[in-house]
Design a protein around this ligand. Structure first.
Ligand code: DC
Length: 225
């Protein structure tokens, strides 16, 4: 059976940190699928594309050669390019991108294109994939599914630290409002709403370090280790 580890969860639940550490620990490739939606949002904003026009959004993928390549040596653990340029973590995480990405990710035609590409990547070899719908839609047969959650308060603290290391000043109240709004949009959308797969192990990481979560997942993936 192919080693696929799906890690889903709400915004700022620690999925990307945990997924990346886990991939390093298990010597696997890793992809944060949220970055793919963010790359499309980034290009849509730069090209002033109508964010409700699904077919125009999907056309941007080809028109601007938006592509992803898994590479453990890359700063993010993978590379996302558009128009031949690698998109930086700062571009992908900017407030402008964050404020529109859930709207773009709610569109079924956009999701179909993303899911197709994510499945193609998973076909190529073992992978740790993080997102919202990996266990439910992208890789429903993945042998290991984790749903990582945490209180809004814990998520605000984590996102704040992450943004500050990137030199972005943030207000905790605004951050909490933004996280709650993205939870609402991601959970209530009709296409692949955020929810745990029936066979996912739910981990509440509010009071756990990333290392402790990784240990726990390693024990789930290989109980004999
Ligand atoms: O994890 P993130 O904050 O980078 O995700 C950005 C947005 O993309 C988020 O609002 C939900 C969406 N997303 C999704 O719908 N499906 C995924 N597999 C990954 C992200």
């Amino acid at each position: 059976m192919r080693l696929q580890i799906a890690i889903d969860g709400p915004a700022a639940s620690g999925k990307t940190t945990v997924a990346r550490c886990l991939a390093d620990r298990l010597n696997l490739l890793y992809l944060d699928t949220g970055a793919m939606y963010r790359a499309l949002a980034y290009v849509a904003l730069n090209t002033r594309t109508d964010l409700d026009n699904q077919s125009a959004l999907v056309r941007l993928i080809d028109q601007h050669a938006i592509g992803v390549e898994l590479d453990r040596a890359a700063p993010l653990g993978f590379r996302i390019r558009a128009d031949g340029e690698e998109l930086t973590p700062e571009a992908l995480q900017s407030n402008a991108v964050t404020s529109v990405v859930s709207t773009i990710a709610a569109q079924p035609v956009v999701r179909e294109a993303m899911v197709r590409e994510q499945r193609r990547i998973a076909q190529a070899g073992p992978v740790v994939m993080a997102g919202r719908d990996i266990g439910t839609v992208v890789l429903p047969d993945a042998p290991h599914k984790i749903f990582l959650t945490a209180s809004v308060q814990a998520r605000v603290q984590r996102r704040r630290r992450q943004m500050e290391t990137m030199g972005v000043d943030v207000n905790a109240h605004e951050l909490a409002a933004e996280i709650e709004e993205r939870d609402r949009l991601d959970e209530s959308r009709a296409a692949s709403p955020l929810r745990p797969a029936r066979d996912a192990v739910v981990i509440d990481s509010s009071a756990m370090s990333a290392a402790a979560v990784v240990d726990r997942i390693c024990a789930i993936v290989d109980p004999a280790a």
